[in-house]
Write a protein that binds this ligand. Structure first.
Ligand code: UT7
Length: 333
């Protein structure tokens, strides 16, 4: 029997209109454009400011456009997975809300929590459902409204994150393109360095948790950086080695966008020229689960069928991983 491959057959992103620039942040906290740009590579990020809107609204906007551009009726979708750390509500899953807002009915939908690696985890899970022949059309979404868990008085975190969503359509095919392999890892040692202290079952919301600002992202930046720079480069090298790929064989690195210095170190380890590295950190910041699909969306027209892509991430958990993907279609133009 021929092997079935999971092909990405469409990609779409969504970012809110409001631009939170370094200039604005300079007025909110003790920081500077120079510090932010030189330490992270970020100039601006997008923020979903409209009251009452959440992660599902950005995701639904991306999914609706994805359905339209791939000429897919919502009734054809077999499953939707949403990777996020900022669900609309603690329950039910944001995936259920997205399905409801986009007309996708009576199919499995669930959220997947792997922080900044969420999209790679979700794409891997969806790939297995395609490869085993159970489903024909799966949507994988990475979406986060990081502004909802950001303390805009904490200069160490508020300059880093932004809001956005990206979605891909995954379909089976016999041609040897699509998701070729994936390596995923996690290490709970990382919990103490990057987490949200309250709002879960250990520390439910209370006046005290709110007054102590425990519903925001807590990050020990320097410690996380040390792990990130090592592990994102290691796992990218590992998947290349496993498939006998040299830097010259790789057409694109699609890295999680947490810090330009981490991305540069990964590219260097892979022996890749800077032109082969997808970047959106300068204008969107760290959108957590959305960084990688947003990159694919923005670079879609530069991608050619058969291009070798390495998707790589590192984030909360710690979680990290890499996917070797062969692009499955020619530029849309
Ligand atoms: O996506 C999830 C995974 N997350 C990551 O991968 C993030 C990994 N970490 C990083 O990217 C970097 O550690 C940061 C960008 C978060 C911070 O950069 P850094 O070069 O590691 O800075 P630092 O935390 O070591 O801080 C250096 C100094 C400190 O001052 P002192 O103690 O040296 O006086 C900070 O207080 O910079 C100060 N600082 C700032 N100064 C101006 C921290 N944030 C700011 C700021 N503006 N926004």
């Amino acid at each position: 029997m021929e092997r079935i491959y999971a092909h990405i057959t469409g990609v779409q992103g969504y970012v809110p209109d409001f631009v939170l620039s370094n200039d604005i942040l300079e007025k909110l906290v003790d920081t500077s454009d120079d510090w932010i740009l030189s330490r992270t590579g970020i100039s601006e990020r997008r923020i979903l400011r409209t009251k009452g809107l959440g992660t599902s609204d950005m995701a639904a906007a991306a999914v609706k456009e994805l359905l339209k551009k791939t000429d897919t009726d919502p009734s054809q979708i077999d499953m939707l997975i949403c990777a996020t750390v900022t669900p609309d509500m603690v329950f039910p899953a944001t995936a259920n809300v997205i399905c409801h807002k986009t007309g996708i009915k009576n199919v499995p939908g669930f959220d997947l929590g792997a922080a900044c690696s969420g999209f790679l985890y979700a794409l891997t899970v969806a790939t297995k459902f395609i490869e085993c022949g159970q489903f024909n059309k799966i949507i994988v979404v990475g979406a986060d409204k990081m502004s909802s868990i950001m303390d805009y008085e904490d200069r160490a975190t508020c300059v880093l994150f932004g809001d956005g969503a990206g979605a891909v359509l995954l379909e089976p095919g016999e041609e040897q393109v699509g998701v070729m392999d994936s390596i995923l890892k996690s290490d709970g040692e990382g919990v103490k360095h990057l987490h949200q202290k309250a709002g879960g079952s250990v520390k439910p919301p209370s006046r005290r948790t709110v007054s102590r600002k425990e519903h925001f992202v807590y990050q020990e930046g320097r410690a996380v950086y040390k792990y990130a720079v090592q592990n994102m480069a290691d796992v990218s090298a590992e998947i290349m080695e496993k498939h006998g790929l040299s830097g010259a064989d790789v057409d694109w690195l699609v890295p999680h966008q947490a810090n330009k210095r981490i991305i540069d170190a990964t590219a260097k380890r892979m022996e890749l020229e800077p032109e082969k590295v997808m970047l959106n950190i300068h204008k969107f910041g760290n959108t957590t689960a959305a960084t990688i699909p947003l990159c694919l969306w923005e670079y879609e027209n530069k991608l050619k069928k058969g291009d070798n892509l390495i998707l790589a991430s590192f984030g909360g958990g710690f979680t990290w991983g890499a996917i070797y993907l062969k692009w499955a279609y020619e530029p849309v133009v």
